[in-house]
Write a protein that binds this ligand. Structure first.
Ligand code: SAH
Length: 354
């Protein structure tokens, strides 16, 4: 194989082609342009991942498509299912030279079986992560590459194939603002073609101020969550290394700008690390920083990651942290992770496989 062939980009899939490209492909295989639209709709709206099930297409076209144009580019490398049916998929995408790039996608069914709502899907935005937060498994192996738009979208299709979706969070592996163009291309399809509204999609970021301001101006159709983790600049430099030197005040100012431009409130995420950032001093300084703002703090008790020295906070300390914020006028909620027992922390399955 020549070097040229080796560097050739990955083969087309149904999701990697734009609408015109798909119509052209279908016509070349003997179909009509609208057959392409039907196939895409089957995949995105109904999570169909096999042409044989697309009975509204002519049988000969189904066979030709099955032979010529894969629907998805990933392979399911592993799957772990918790007692509450939370399902974590480890997906492998081609990376070149026979190497595979792996990411995680998590399907979290509604907590009450009586609920008619669909699941929440947690998706990844990059293969690995360059931010390197010391308590997070996703940054352990550094950044491998950005995910293409269709690779982000593909996670939604695999999630939809596991059951209806009613919410999505971009809180898997990677830093969304560092792959923003591909992310918004994918999320536009999720919004327009899968039917998840603006308020049902949340993107979580460490909040690079310049990128965040540009994002706000682009009329994004999602909710924003910012990983803050501490009210103190020196500690944030440690906990969010890629933001070293960026004052917290600049991050919060960019979040205020987001609120002004979009009219949508921001959620601040705060991983509670027992003994590190769960003191009353932290709660007080955090409440001071957010005083008078329309926002919510989401407290996430740390999920242990293999080989880490951080501690899970005591339940009483989590409650008093929340209560302190509440008393100071800052709305706070607690998110205890569901499912996946020992594997709750995102990125762990991937690290273990590597
Ligand atoms: N890079 C983005 C999105 C990914 S992580 C971001 O940092 O926001 C989604 C959330 O999970 C972030 O708030 C992250 O800090 C948190 N998180 C990472 N590792 C965790 C762990 N071991 N326990 C609890 N929360 C964790």
């Amino acid at each position: 194989m020549s070097a040229g062939e080796e560097s050739k980009s990955a083969p087309d899939t149904l999701l990697s082609l734009d609408k015109a490209g798909l119509a052209e492909h279908v016509v070349a295989l003997g179909g009509k342009p609208f057959h392409g639209r039907i196939a895409r709709e089957q995949v995105l709206k109904h999570g169909v991942t096999d042409y044989a099930a697309m009975t509204s297409l002519p049988a000969t076209l189904r066979e030709a498509l099955a032979a010529e144009l894969p629907i998805l580019s990933s392979r399911e490398v592993d799957r772990s299912v918790a007692r509450d049916a939370t399902t974590k998929l480890l997906l492998g995408f081609p990376r070149g030279g026979g190497v595979e790039a792996t990411i995680e996608t998590v399907h979290i069914p509604p907590s009450s079986p009586k609920s008619t709502k669909g699941a929440t899907l947690c998706v990844s935005s990059q293969v690995g992560c360059p931010v390197a937060c010391p308590f997070c498994a996703s940054g352990r192996l550094g950044l491998v590459r950005n995910l293409a738009a269709h690779e982000i979208l593909e996670q939604y299709v695999r999630g939809r194939a596991l059951g209806d979706l009613s919410r999505s969070v971009v809180m898997g592996i990677g830093e969304p603002l560092l792959n923003f163009e591909n992310l918004t291309t994918a999320l536009d399809a999720v919004h327009d073609e899968m039917g998840l509204g603006t308020r049902r999609i949340t993107v979580s970021t460490v909040g690079f101020p310049d990128r965040l301001r540009r994002a706000a101006e682009s009329r994004p159709r999602f909710q924003l969550a910012i990983s803050l983790h501490t009210p103190f600049d020196d500690q944030r430099d440690e906990l969010v290394p890629a933001m070293k030197g960026t004052p917290i005040a600049d991050v919060i100012a960019a979040a205020d700008h987001w609120f002004d431009v979009t009219g949508r409130e921001v959620t601040y995420e705060y991983v509670l690390l027992g003994g590190d950032n769960d003191s009353v001093d932290h709660a007080r300084a955090l409440a001071d920083r957010l005083w008078g703002k329309r926002c919510t703090v989401n407290l996430i008790p740390y999920n242990p990651v293999e080989g880490d020295t951080y501690r899970r906070p005591h339940a009483e300390d989590v409650d008093s942290f929340r209560q302190f914020l509440d008393d100071a006028g800052t709305v706070a909620t607690i998110r205890w992770s569901r499912g996946l027992e020992g594997d709750a922390a995102c990125g762990q399955l991937r690290v273990r496989h590597a």
